[in-house]
Design a protein around this ligand. Structure first.
Ligand SMILES: [Zn+2]
Length: 241
């Protein structure tokens, strides 16, 4: 959730859409949003728009390159659910192996290192996608629940419930009133340590609601390398000035 001391603003500058967030920091940070291609800028509160635009102008080539890389990645991420297509699971890619069956279909990881999908002949890509998502959900649930038991004990907190859903913009969220933690189903494509970071982050919200110094101190005490994990999770290079 955004902190009270932050202000958000979106402006156009030539070919770029800039999403500027001003907060109590000392440097300007630029990154390109992987989903939208917009330029996300974190800036100190007192810096002028002109000064930000100057930095953007200075980094035009870098930003264009980042946008190109992100657009290529989005293209690669389009899935068709065909035999041999590669899909992510816990940070690794596996080829799909389509097999015909009668009756209800299912998906799972084979001992040969393939994502096997058993489905009736002529099943639609949407049907196959659904089978994979069922399997993803089962796998993420069992792993996240095991992690939850471990971290609840270590952190001395207790969530009432852990739930999983598809989210567009966040990896996780925490309803502190109901003490319920939500994880994004997309996390199943990430390494286990990234999933662990999101879970520890959300559990820490049960101790401290906002992203305050206290909050980050809790995260740091349990996961000293949380910055690297967050970077790996978001997989986006960031430039600082
Ligand atoms: Zn948070």
């Amino acid at each position: 959730m955004p902190q009270k001391s932050e202000t958000h603003k979106e402006i156009r500058s030539g070919e770029f859409t800039l999403q500027i967030v001003r907060k109590p920091i000392r440097h300007v940070y630029l990154r390109v949003c992987p989903q939208t291609g917009k330029v996300r800028i974190s800036a100190p509160i007192r810096i002028s728009n002109d000064a930000i635009l100057e930095i953007v102008a200075h980094k035009t080539a870098w930003l264009q390159k980042q946008q190109k890389v992100m657009a290529e990645r989005r293209k690669l991420a389009e899935l068709h659910y065909t035999d041999g297509e590669r899909h992510l699971f816990l940070g690794r890619e596996y080829p799909l192996k389509l097999r015909e069956c009668s009756g209800a279909g299912w998906a799972g990881l084979s001992s040969a290192g393939e994502i096997e999908i058993f489905a009736p002949g002529g099943a639609s890509p949407a049907y196959l996608k659904n089978l994979i998502r069922h399997w993803y959900r089962r796998e993420l649930t069992s792993r996240a629940e095991a992690m939850r038991l471990k971290w609840q004990e270590r952190m001395g907190v207790h969530a009432s419930e852990l739930r999983i859903r598809q989210m567009r913009t966040r990896w996780g969220s925490c309803n502190t009133q109901k003490r319920r933690i939500w994880l994004n189903l997309e996390l199943v494509k990430k390494d286990l340590d990234c999933i662990e970071y999101v879970l520890v982050h959300e559990l820490a919200h049960l101790l401290e609601r906002g992203h305050t110094k206290t909050f980050w101190a809790v995260v740091e005490a349990h996961l000293p390398n949380w910055r690297q994990l967050r970077m790996k999770l978001n997989d986006t290079p960031q430039a600082a000035f």
